[in-house]
Design a protein around this ligand. Sequence first.
Ligand code: NAD
Length: 330
Amino acid sequence: MRRKIRKVLITGGAGFIGSEFVRQMCLTKQSLIVVDKLTYAADLCRLQEVEGKFKFYRADICDKKRMSSIVKKEKPDCIVNFAAESHVDRSIIDSDPFIETNIKGTKNLLDLVLKLEVPLIIHISTDEVYGDIKKGSFSEDSPLKPNSPYAASKAAADLLIKSYIRTHKIPAIIVRPSNNYGPWQYPEKLVPLAALMAIKNKKVPVYAKGKNVREWLYVSDCARAVITVMQDGRTGDIYNIGSSQERRNIDTVKSILKALHRPEGLIEFVKDRPGHDFRYALDCRKLKNELGWQPEVKFSEGLSLTVSWLIDNQAWLNKHSRKKLSIRFK
Ligand SMILES: NC(=O)c1ccc[n+]([C@@H]2O[C@H](COP(=O)([O-])OP(=O)(O)OC[C@H]3O[C@@H](n4cnc5c(N)ncnc54)[C@H](O)[C@@H]3O)[C@@H](O)[C@H]2O)c1
């Protein structure tokens, strides 16, 4: 039976995927509370079109006292945790913020769920916790073998959640999406960075020879999957969210250049990322068969929507490109 959820507290709601979740949830009748620390990756512009339809707190999920007072005051029926440091390259340069937010921040939320008896927490994990795979795909039962500090911090959070489910019987569900893309993505990730550089007629950096494979999930499909899991998912379970649409990075970049009418000569192969995962692929039969979710957006269609959005929103792209570190992409 579908859960009765009246009030949802969303952490990281000013981020790329969290904001899409908030925009979709604003079409429902639930009350929405957005909590975000507003790191470099956040932007409340992402929520402009739904302004006034949610309550906002600027807060850090690592701040026990503040988070406790927000949860006590708001009494949500569900917490959806999108808050994270999310960029692999940054985690290689400095993993401290990843350990803080992704592990300690998540643990803080788990303690609040336990202490304040929040009826449900949905935690957004990642396909990267499984490590890479040459052939086939990972199911929810595959062992965790993370390779980057980012993926290790996400895997640590998943293990903590599993331990709280078993030991404290907390009502938690973990979802593990594959690589997302779409409007509003911060231009340090592959798709918006490649588009930004190409629009400016600058060299587009590609790691090694660009043969690494990613499974591309359009952001609206991902957010819809999280809503499906929140409504109908089994407490204590894990759900992979993927699209089965695999592409080599080089082919993704070539498609972006083609859509922008730029030459492939802009591609610049650069030294590979240390520990770079070769291929990710998820088995999503559980989410499809048990909860009836299906991805709706094909990669070619999603990429064309994204590139059009980036062309129309170059001011936003430029605003964030100025904050960009001299690092490359996921
Ligand atoms: N982007 C992807 O391709 C992808 C794929 C799989 C899983 N994920 C996971 O999905 C979630 C959202 O990813 P995203 O791409 O939207 O990330 P993002 O970097 O765009 O947004 C993260 C948001 O969390 C906020 N935040 C960071 N630290 C915080 C803290 N301590 N307290 C409160 N808020 C904080 C930031 O301000 C930002 O608004 C993350 O957990 C990420 O690991 C992302």
